[in-house]
Ligand binder design. Structure first.
Ligand SMILES: O=C(O)CCC(=O)C(=O)O
Length: 295
C-alpha cells in the first residue's frame, strides 16, 4: 500500500517512483521474454500489430522501438503482470477500489539509438470523463541520466491540456515554444531495474534519445478508475469489462470537469506515439539521424 505521504506527493507533483517493485525471477522472466520477442523481429520488414520499428531498422539488423499492445493478448506473462497485486494494491490508493486497464506497451529505448519521445500529456491521447487516469512504467534495466530516463514536469497535471495538434491534425506532441511550461524544471524518473514509475495522465512528460551503450526498456501500463469512461467511446463492452484489474465495473461514469482537447482529426501517421509525432516538422529532442549527421 502507498503511504499517506506518497499519496499526497502524487496529488501535488503528479508522479512517484517505487524502487525495485519487480524483482528476482519475475524480473528475470520479464527480461528474458522481452529479449525473445525482440529477437523474433529478425525478418520483420515493416511495423505490424506487435512491432514498432526504429527508422533505422532492417530485417537483417532488427531495431525494435516498441512492443505494441498485442503483447498483452499474445503473452500470458504480460497479461498477468497488468493484474499483479503488487501493482494494483498500490494503485488502489490513487484510483480507488475499482480499476481498469486502458492499454499499454513496452518502449525499448535501445542502446545508442533508442528514439526520443517528444513532450506530451497522455490525456491528450485518451481523455476520460474524469482524470483518475495514470500510467505506470516498469524499468527492465537500471535507468540513470545517460540512458534516456522518463522526464516529467512536476505539478503540470494541475495545468491546461496543451494543444497537441499541428497543421490541423492531432500529432501527439505539444509545442514547448507555444506553451507556458518551464521545461528546465523537468525531473528524471530513475531507479534500478524493476523500479516502477507512476505518472498522472495530465502530467507533461517526454524522454531523450538514448546516447549510452545501455538499453533502457520501460513497460508502460495505463490504468483508470473504473468510473472514468473514455470520451472517444467504448468500442467493445465485453473487452472493456475484461480489462478490469481490480474490483467491479459499473455503468455510471463519474463526470468531473477537466480541460479536454479531442485527438481529432487523427494523426497522419498511425500505430504508435512515435509515428504520430513524425508529422509536425518540429522536434525538441535530437533524433538518431540528426545525431549521426552531426558527427
Ligand atoms: O518511453 C518513454 O520514455 C516515454 C514513454 C511515453 O511517454 C509514451 O510512450 O507515451
Amino acid at each position: 500500500m502507498l503511504t499517506a505521504q506518497q499519496i499526497e506527493t502524487y496529488r501535488r507533483d503528479g508522479y512517484l517512483v517505487i524502487p525495485r517493485l519487480i524483482e528476482g525471477e519475475q524480473l528475470a522472466e520479464l527480461r528474458a521474454l522481452t529479449d525473445r520477442i525482440v529477437s523474433e523481429a529478425r525478418g520483420v520488414a515493416a511495423n505490424d500489430d506487435l512491432y514498432d520499428l526504429e527508422p533505422s531498422h532492417s530485417a537483417a539488423l532488427p531495431r525494435v522501438r516498441r512492443l505494441k499492445p498485442a503483447i498483452f493478448k499474445r503473452y500470458a506473462f504480460f497479461r498477468a503482470l497488468t493484474r499483479e497485486p503488487k501493482i494494483t494494491s498500490l494503485l488502489s490508493g490513487l484510483l480507488g477500489p475499482n480499476i481498469r486497464l486502458y492499454g499499454g506497451k513496452l518502449n525499448m529505448k535501445s542502446a545508442g539509438y533508442g528514439s526520443p519521445v517528444e513532450w506530451h500529456q497522455d490525456w491528450a491521447f485518451y481523455p476520460h470523463t474524469n482524470d483518475d487516469v495514470l500510467a505506470t512504467g516498469i524499468y527492465l534495466d537500471d535507468c540513470d541520466m545517460d540512458n534516456g530516463p522518463l522526464m516529467v514536469v512536476p505539478g503540470s497535471h494541475h495545468g491546461p491540456t496543451w494543444d497537441h495538434h499541428a497543421n490541423g491534425r492531432f500529432y501527439g506532441a505539444l509545442n514547448p515554444e507555444a506553451c507556458d511550461i518551464d521545461l528546465s524544471k523537468a525531473v528524471p524518473l530513475m531507479g534500478p531495474a524493476g523500479s516502477m514509475t507512476i505518472h498522472h495522465a495530465r502530467l507533461v512528460h517526454g524522454s531523450a534519445l538514448n546516447r549510452s551503450n545501455r538499453q533502457r526498456r520501460l513497460l508502460l501500463h495505463e490504468y483508470t478508475a473504473a468510473d472514468a469512461w473514455p470520451l472517444m467511446g467504448v468500442a467493445n463492452f465485453d473487452d472493456f469489462n475484461d480489462r478490469m484489474v481490480l474490483g467491479t465495473p459499473g455503468v455510471e461514469p463519474r463526470i468531473v470537469s477537466a480541460p479536454v482537447r479531442m485527438p481529432l482529426p487523427p494523426a497522419d501517421h498511425q500505430g504508435s506515439i512515435y509515428e504520430n509525432q513524425r508529422s509536425a516538422g518540429r522536434r525538441y529532442f535530437e533524433t538518431y539521424d540528426e545525431r549521426s549527421a552531426a558527427r
